[in-house]
Design a protein around this ligand. Structure first.
Ligand SMILES: Nc1ncnc2c1ncn2[C@@H]1O[C@H](COP(=O)(O)OP(=O)(O)OP(=O)(O)O)[C@@H](O)[C@H]1O
Ligand SMILES: [Mg+2]
Length: 227
């Protein structure tokens, strides 16, 4: 496990211990109501720290999962619609509008769970980077044996020196981030024989593109057609 992540988790667990200790030592004194109120504050802090540990463990679990692909033929537009649906609540919370574009017909052979996670990880970043009132566009298209999923936001963009580093595990600029989102997205895309690229002009936003072969290696006769 990365030392950054171990450190992050130990910090959260330390916080849990401190707040549990405060609850245990509270004797109420003269003001029982105040003691109860304080215990609730401590319990809320414990819950928040547990949430942090949970998130890190979940990401690590995904990252260490085996990369065998369950390949089936899917309509690209349907898969992307599911990704957009999954992020709708987060977008609404930040007053960001999600727009899905691209033709409805093309099909792609892929591991739906894995590619949905890859797209959702990129989409969540785009929403998190977006100013309120702006749009995030998800566009799926196909060309020359390849599918392209482009996700564009109008956030601050990515500084040139960071454009490779953002894909490495544990690189994050967010207080609550684990830095595994893009590493997972890249891992899953590359497992399909594809790649992720990013274009960004600082100040005007970023476009991440997931390039996927329409029919990845390993897709042969005898497999199911569509699901
Ligand atoms: N659309 C974007 N606009 C600006 N910066 C971005 C964008 N997407 C990613 N980044 C940068 O790349 C970093 C790494 O992203 P990544 O998704 O891997 O981790 P994270 O979002 O920080 O944490 P988490 O593990 O919760 O996803 C981010 O912290 C951010 O600095
Ligand atoms: Mg992320």
């Amino acid at each position: 496990m990365s030392s950054v992540v171990s450190h992050q988790m130990l910090q959260q667990i330390g916080l849990i211990g401190i707040h549990a200790d405060l609850i245990r030592q509270a004797d109420g004194g003269d003001d029982l109501a105040a003691a109860v109120a304080q215990a609730k504050v401590n319990a809320a802090a414990i819950e928040e720290a547990l949430g942090g540990v949970n998130r890190v463990l979940r990401d690590l679990l995904v990252f260490s999962r085996d990369l065998r692909l369950n390949l089936y033929e899917h309509r690209l537009a349907d898969v992307l619609a599911e990704c957009v649906e999954e992020c709708q609540a987060q977008a609404a919370e930040r007053a960001v509008t999600l727009r899905l574009e691209g033709p409805a017909e093309p099909t792609v052979v892929l591991d739906k769970l894995k590619m949905k996670q890859a797209v959702v990880n990129v989409l969540r970043n785009a929403i998190e980077a977006s100013p309120p009132g702006s749009w995030v566009v998800v566009r799926g298209s196909t060309r020359d044996g390849w599918a392209e999923v482009a996700i564009t936001d109008r956030g601050p963009g990515i500084p040139e020196p960071d454009r490779n580093a953002i894909f490495t595990p544990f690189f994050t600029t967010k207080e609550q981030g684990t830095g595994l989102g893009l590493a997972i997205a890249r891992e899953f895309t590359e497992a399909h024989g594809g790649r992720i690229t990013v274009e960004s002009e600082e100040g005007t936003g970023a476009t991440f593109v997931l390039h996927l072969p329409l029919r990845p290696a390993g897709w042969g006769s005898g497999q199911h057609a569509a699901r």
